[in-house]
Design a protein around this ligand. Sequence first.
Ligand SMILES: Nc1ncnc2c1ncn2[C@@H]1O[C@H](COP(=O)(O)OP(=O)(O)OP(=O)(O)O)[C@@H](O)[C@H]1O
Ligand SMILES: [Mg+2]
Length: 388
Amino acid sequence: MTTGDGDWQRDLVRELTDGPLSGGGAPQSADPEPQTEARPGGQSEARPEVRPEVWSERGSKASDSPQTRDPRIPAPTPSSPAPVPETLPTIDPRLAMALGRPRHGDSTARRAGAGLRRLTASAGREVAEQTRYAEELQQPVTTGRVVAVTSIRGGVGKSTVSALLGRTLNHYRQDPVLTLEADAALGTLPVRMGAESVRWSAGDLARILTPAMQLTDVTGYLVPVADGGWLLPAGQGRVGAPLDVATYRTVTLALRRYFAVTVVDCETLPGEVARTAMDTAHARVVVAPMTAEGVHGTRQVLDWLASLPHSALASTVVALSAATPDATLDAEAAVAHLREPGVTVVALPYDRHLAQGGPIHTAKLARDTRDAAVRLAAEVMRRAVRVR
Ligand SMILES: Nc1ncnc2c1ncn2[C@@H]1O[C@H](COP(=O)(O)OP(=O)(O)OP(=O)(O)O)[C@@H](O)[C@H]1O
Ligand SMILES: [Mg+2]
């Protein structure tokens, strides 16, 4: 029987979930029109088999028996099949039309000047620096690394920084990179990553992932990013239940097996998921706005990180983001204040393209923004690899 609304995939899954052994959903990639070509393993056409095993948040496979299963994680049992979410647009198409053409971060005059500057004496030093950053970014990892991005308050550029990190890491690395949204408060990461629609969320995957799944099964539930890499949203952009700590732990633990680096766009501190993410990540980025109160608040975060038992500060980088061209705070004074506890600070300049909102087009970023993103990603990877 079909729903008559043309959603053949939902009909198929409904038929399958009527069976006694079923319980999962259909992968995102089985959409009639996949968003882009998948990488590296291609999108799975088959519906991943859901086994009566789930990932426990403590790091091992757990049997689905009522005795051993984590009671906070709903199990994919025949009596409670995982519901198949609808595919929803990340932004109302009328607003997407109203966004206008993407602007370049640099003015035409600046772009012409940059070409000339590159021919000057500092060119050699620049190349040497870029080579060093590329080496840091390409460092091999033995197990998946998790990088958490957060801030002391909202709207300061967490999702923007996460998207820049995810894209930069993906550009330099051969192994798969995931950008994960752990902020269910109507976050902007899917839009910033260029996803036109979303279906499966972190909460869905917490119920579906099993240790037997292959990378190609898992990527079937993820959104392929146009420039490469993968995205897992926290929700479908609707007001809903926030992500909880158990779900966060389950998903990051399970996905670490498949992805060399997972960049996590967290909610703001002191949210519980953000604190857990910051505490358990291999490297951390705190985004600080270029205002006196933003820098002051970020210092409090750094002091909290310093108080954690496992030297969290040593694996932290501050991204000092100038989200407005009208910032009057002296950048040098701000950097010096943030550096005092011993962290590295990378200044992310104001960028017209980033200020526009909407999808980030790497080719439209100002040169200084691209340089800052590469440096930030390199500093983060150096720390993430160092931690065991
Ligand atoms: N470097 C930058 N240059 C110019 N504008 C920026 C920059 N970084 C961020 N912005 C602007 O700030 C806005 C908010 O950024 P973003 O959505 O990344 O913040 P957030 O911290 O993730 O917010 P939320 O707490 O709501 O999740 C962006 O839409 C963009 O307009
Ligand atoms: Mg955000």
